[in-house]
Structures are given as structure tokens and as C-alpha cells.
Design a protein around this ligand. Structure first.
Ligand code: SAH
Ligand code: DHB
Ligand code: MG
Length: 240
């Protein structure tokens, strides 16, 4: 962790000369500065992270600043229906559900029974059980059941990366003109530009990005992100 005085000396080094590890420390410290200042936590969000850690789940929820960003997207869209693919402990679901318009609903899909159980309890603690539906099952099995719920105003894709190409097809099918489709983890520490990567997660994300580019029903961009989640990015597509 880099303190203010250390940073003054540290920052004189050109970024290219910094060790990657050091740069990550700066991103994390600045992310903490931003979230301490602008994204105060609360009991429900803290408890969602703590209970997930206690249950032995990976610490891969979106960061606080990213969670608030997702809430803003929902609010700005006036979202009444949100779909999330990949619930984990419900941290991003709580942020998204807080952005729902009155009477709105969030459906979130999760393959792991333990994750779904922890998420349901976290969502209930956040007072959102009546607006959030955690559906247990592999997303490719549960997505076809959503055709009567469409169209979703906002879709957040954040489950297994090799299935991202198929999730994009479903997201388009389940959305309407003006809907936003957001996908997490599309930069993968920069590995996304490695065509020859043997990592199926990288190949899944690359295929997803290629499909986004070729898809005439959406227009898309992607934003690199750094911070407490390392170096990654969000793809954001608008349904035409
Ligand atoms: N959106 C969460 C993080 C999700 S992590 C947050 O930011 O708080 C990815 C989740 O996707 C994990 O819980 C994992 O169990 C789930 N997952 C993996 N493969 C899946 C699949 N085929 N269908 C549904 N969920 C899946
Ligand atoms: C991983 C998955 C995520 O959704 C994430 O945000 C970070 C990491 C992973 O599977 O490693
Ligand atoms: Mg993610």
C-alpha cells in the first residue's frame, strides 16, 4: 500500500519504468481513495462480501466503484427489468437492484448452488428479496426460460467467459432497441490482444468482442478499468 509521501517519490518514475506490481498497488490505493470518498459502503454490501469470503467463494465481485456505476446505468435507463448472468454472492445484484425503477425486477442466473444460497441470503439482508429472483442452473439452460420475461432494459454478463459468445446472442434476443448489454472482464490483464492465447477465458472474450464488432443489431465500445480488481474492462453495447 502506497502512502501519500511515498507516492511523491514514486510518481517521478515514468510509468513505463514502474514495476507492474507497483502500478497495481497505485491502482488499488487510488481505487480505495475513490471508494472511501464517493462510494461509502453499508451493512448490506459489507455483509455480502464478508459472507462470500466466509463461504470460501472467490473475491471476484465487481469493485464498489464499478457497482455504483452499474447502479447509475440502471437508474439512467429507468430500468424496470434487469438480467444478470453470474450472481456469485449477490454483490453486483444488490447494486443493480438498487438502480431499478419502482416496480422493477432483477433476474440473476447462477450455476453453483452454494453461491445461489449465499446470494439469496445477502439479497434478503439488503431488503431486496422481493425484487430479485436468483435462478439456479447453468445459464445456457435457464436463459431459454426467460423468453416470456423479455425485453430486459439492462443485461450484465459476468459468468463463465468461454460462454460469453452464446450469452451475447441471448442478451440480444432478450433485449429491445435502447437496451444496454454490459460484459465484465473483457480485457483480462491485457491478455485480450493475444490472438494466440491458449487460455479458454481469453479466447471466449476475444470471440465475444469479435461478435460484438460484427453484430449489426448493436453498437459497442469497451472501457479499460484499473483498480482493486486489477487491470480489466467492461464492454458496453447498445441495442439498436
Ligand atoms: N456478478 C458477480 C460476480 C460473478 S462471478 C459480482 O460482481 O458480484 C461469476 C459467477 O458465475 C460465479 O458465481 C459462477 O459460479 C457463475 N457461473 C459460472 N458458470 C456459470 C454458468 N454456466 N451459468 C451460470 N452461472 C455460472
Ligand atoms: C474471474 C471472473 C470474474 O467475473 C471476475 O470479475 C474476475 C475474475 C475469474 O474467473 O478469474
Ligand atoms: Mg467479473
Amino acid at each position: 500500500m502506497i502512502a501519500g509521501s511515498e507516492w511523491r517519490a514514486f510518481s517521478k518514475a515514468p510509468a513505463v519504468l514502474m514495476k507492474y506490481r507497483d502500478i497495481e498497488e497505485v491502482w488499488t490505493a487510488v481505487d480505495r481513495y475513490i471508494s472511501d470518498l464517493l462510494v461509502p459502503s453499508d451493512e448490506a454490501l459489507d455483509a455480502a462480501l464478508h459472507s462470500s469470503a466466509e463461504a470460501g467463494m472467490p473475491a471476484i465481485a465487481v469493485s464498489p466503484s464499478q457497482g455504483k456505476f452499474l447502479m447509475f446505468l440502471a437508474q439512467t435507463l429507468g430500468a424496470r427489468k434487469i438480467l444478470e448472468i453470474g450472481t456469485l454472492g449477490g454483490y453486483s445484484a444488490i447494486w443493480l437492484a438498487r438502480g431499478l425503477a419502482d416496480g422493477g425486477r432483477l433476474i440473476t442466473l447462477e450455476a453453483d448452488a452454494k453461491h445461489a444460497k449465499v446470494a439469496r441470503s445477502n439479497i434478503a439482508r439488503a431488503g431486496l428479496a422481493h425484487v430479485v429472483d436468483v435462478r439456479l442452473g447453468r445459464a445456457l439452460d435457464t436463459l431459454p426460460q426467460l423468453e416470456s420475461d423479455e425485453p430486459f432494459d439492462l443485461i450484465f454478463i459476468d459468468a463463465d467467459k468461454p460462454s460469453y459468445p452464446e450469452y451475447l446472442e441471448w442478451a440480444i434476443r432478450l433485449s429491445r432497441g435502447g437496451s444496454l448489454i454490459v460484459a465484465d472482464n473483457v480485457v483480462r490483464n491485457g491478455a485480450v490482444i493475444d490472438k494466440a492465447s491458449s487460455d479458454p477465458n481469453v479466447q471466449g472474450v476475444r470471440r465475444f468482442n469479435d461478435l460484438l464488432a460484427a453484430e449489426t443489431r448493436v453498437t459497442a465500445t469497451a472501457m479499460q478499468t484499473v483498480g482493486s480488481k486489477g487491470y480489466d474492462g467492461f464492454a458496453i453495447a447498445r441495442r439498436l
